[in-house]
Structure formats: structure tokens, C-alpha cells
Write a protein that binds this ligand. Structure first.
Ligand SMILES: [Zn+2]
Length: 127
């Protein structure tokens, strides 16, 4: 959360808005649950458990809609629909390499995704 949903004051990391005093604990808990589901989805993708990843990402999106989770779920659903062709899908997204197995390809993708996520997670709430 970057801003209070009630008054748009910048969030200072506290459990209540510094300007309007609205209680933010429940919203923060939902956001954290969404982040956990997203992390679970990436972890399942890393072990090539596509169906579990799809379930986790759908849950994350139900709690909090973000472009990243939407795009990742779209990718995972493509993998679900074309399981026999998943190596091909991953090769389209990754540079050519000698890693032919789906599991390794997905691990590489998940590592790239985690690297992309890390700066965001470390950013301060006020930016
Ligand atoms: Zn407020």
C-alpha cells in the first residue's frame, strides 16, 4: 500500500493512517496474504507444479489485482493449456540455452522473476 484508500495520504508504515486515522490493519493483512500467495505461486512455478502455481496466483489476484500477478497467471494458464508444449513456451521467453527440461527452464524464469520482484519488496512505502 502506498497511500491511504480513504484520504490518499502517503502510508508511513503504521497500522493507522497518519492523517485520517483510518485503521489499516485489515488492508495490510490482505495485501500481505496476496504477497504470500504470489510467492507461493512463484515457488510452485520453480518446481514446475503448474496447477498449484495457477491456484496460488488466482488466489493472489482475488486478494489484490496487480499487473505482474495478472501477467504471470496468464503465462501459467498458457502452460496449463499446452503441457506438452511447455518447453517451447519457455524457450520463447528465455534466451536459447542448453537447458532443455521444463523444470530447469521454469527455475530460470522463476529466478528472473524473483530478481525483478526484489527491488520492489525493498522499496520504502513513501518511495
Ligand atoms: Zn487516511
Amino acid at each position: 500500500m502506498e497511500r491511504c484508500p480513504n484520504c490518499s495520504a502517503r502510508w508511513d508504515g503504521g497500522s493507522a493512517c497518519r492523517r485520517c486515522d483510518m485503521a489499516l490493519e485489515d488492508l495490510i493483512a490482505v495485501e500481505q496474504a496476496a504477497e504470500r500467495s504470489l510467492a507461493n505461486g512463484i515457488a510452485h512455478l520453480a518446481i514446475a507444479d503448474v496447477h498449484a502455481a495457477s491456484r496460488d496466483l488466482a488466489r493472489a489476484l482475488g486478494l489484490q489485482r496487480t499487473p505482474f500477478a495478472e501477467q504471470l497467471l496468464g503465462f501459467v494458464r498458457r502452460l496449463e493449456q499446452e503441457p506438452a508444449d511447455s518447453d517451447h513456451v519457455i524457450q520463447q521467453l528465455s534466451p536459447p540455452s542448453d537447458e532443455k527440461s521444463t523444470t530447469r527452464g521454469v527455475r530460470r524464469l522463476a529466478a528472473a522473476v524473483l530478481r525483478a520482484l526484489t527491488p520492489r519488496a525493498n522499496r520504502s512505502p513513501g518511495r
